[in-house]
Structure formats: structure tokens, C-alpha cells
Design a protein around this ligand. Sequence first.
Ligand code: NAP
Length: 260
Amino acid sequence: MDFGIKGKKAIVCASSKGLGRACALALAREGVELVITARTASDLEAAAAMIRQQTGAKVTAVAGDISTEAGRAAALAACPEPDILVNNNGGPPHGDFREWTREDWIKALDGNMLTPIFLIKAVVDGMIARKFGRIVNITSASVKSPIPNLGMSNGARAGLTGFVAGLARQVARHNVTINNLLPGPFLTDRLRSGATHTAQQQGRSVDDVLAERAKASPAGRVGDPAEFGDACAFLCAASSGFIVGQNLLLDGGAFNSSMS
Ligand code: NAP
């Protein structure tokens, strides 16, 4: 299937690894020109080189912290008129909400709610003027089914989801779509570090913890980031203009419901 986005320009945030990188790679396969970001320049350059080598796409690596104004300005300077924006960022830490300070909460809200909102604000009017825009926010399955020890993630992402639900309906008539992708467990560094933490706490092996995660899923496995990237590219397709304000859960069926 030709997604009809060859030659389009995309900013894919937080994309040297994991889900962000998978989205970048899937878009590059469709012939999209990329700006990718992450804080660690060496990892980012390695991701850019891998994507160029696998796809032949033009990839510009912009190192910086996307949670900061300077980081966002640098990404936007490299791609002032993106057709596609994939919002992603590191997730807030695990823990007990009794230990979190106001500063901890502000950091979580900044990273997982306000950063995507300010990037949307920077690009959405240009998309409206050009009559094409695809914005995909990577959030979490925790938006639908809160994870007990990830309270800041549950809260900040729910805030973004509420804002986006309103804005998506205001811009859809201009062929600008905003949708959210909600990952369940995908085998990335973040999942591995969470499994390592659990393994250390419980005196088990990391493989054992990951096998348990896989077994708990109706799909019998954790997700492959490439599957996530393909879903992102699909939401960015020219023919996806009627998919508006949706929250697409990619969790192997873990959320138990007759209708998602
Ligand atoms: P990951 O494998 O740890 O990758 C995170 C990527 O984001 C890296 O490229 C990292 O590079 C970059 N990054 C982190 N903070 C950044 C910042 N402030 N500015 C710019 N880049 C930044 O994580 P992932 O598993 O792909 O997760 C991506 C998002 O999905 C996270 O918000 C996570 O909470 C959420 N999520 C993941 C899963 C899962 O199973 N994997 C499930 C639910 C939700 P640098 O560190 O070099 O900046």
C-alpha cells in the first residue's frame, strides 16, 4: 500500500531509540524526510545513519532536550514547516505519589503534556494553511487503564489526551489530523529497564520478568517496536484524513473490553 506521503517532511521527537525510532524508520520507508531528536548526540547520529542506510531517506539529527524551549526551537529550525509531527518524550519515573514534589509533577507535565502541546501550537497553523497535517502523539495504554506506580504518567498523558480531543475536532476540516498511539508493553530500552528494576527488587532474572509480561498478554508476547512504527506511518498516510482524535491502543489485547 502506498501511503501517499513520499516527499513530506516530518519531525519525530525523542527518536534515537525505541518507539520514536521505529516511527521514524517507518516514515522514512514511505519516503518522508526526517528531523529526528534526542539528547544523546552519539545515539541520535547512530539512529540517523541506520535509517539513511536502510531507506535512503534524508535524515537530519538535531540533538537536544525536547522538553526545553531551546530543544523544541532547534527541531523547528531544522524543519520549520513539517507536514508530520510525531510527539514523543521520555516517560516520567515510577514511584509512590506520596514522595513526589510539586517540581516532580511540573517536570512530568512539562515533558508529557506541555511539550507536545507547544510543538502542536508551533506547527498546526502552517499545516492548516497548507491543507495537510498529520500529528501523532505517543502516549500510553495507561491513559485507558492507569498503571498504579506510574501516577505522573497517568495524569500528564490524560491531560494531553483531553486537550487533543478538543483540538482535533477544530482542525480536521483542514485535512489536519491529530491522533494518539497508546503503547502497551513494547520491547524497548524503557521496558527492559523497568524489567531490570522489578528483577532486582524480586531477586529474579530479567528474562523471567519479561517472560511473565509476555505470558500475561492475550497475544502471548510483548510488542515489536516495528509494529508500532507501522501503525504510526498508517495514521500519517494521505488516506487517513478521516481518522480524527482517536486513541489507538496497541497492547496485544491486554485492555479487557468489548469495545476499546
Ligand atoms: P526508550 O526506548 O527509552 O527511548 C526513549 C527515546 O526518547 C530515546 O531516544 C531517548 O534518547 C529519547 N528521549 C528521552 N527523553 C528525551 C528528551 N527530554 N528530549 C529528547 N529526547 C528524549 O523509550 P520507549 O520505550 O521508546 O518509550 C517512548 C515513550 O512511550 C515514553 O514516553 C514511554 O513512557 C512510553 N511508553 C512506552 C511503553 C513501552 O512498552 N516501551 C509503554 C507505554 C508507554 P535520549 O535519552 O538520548 O534523550
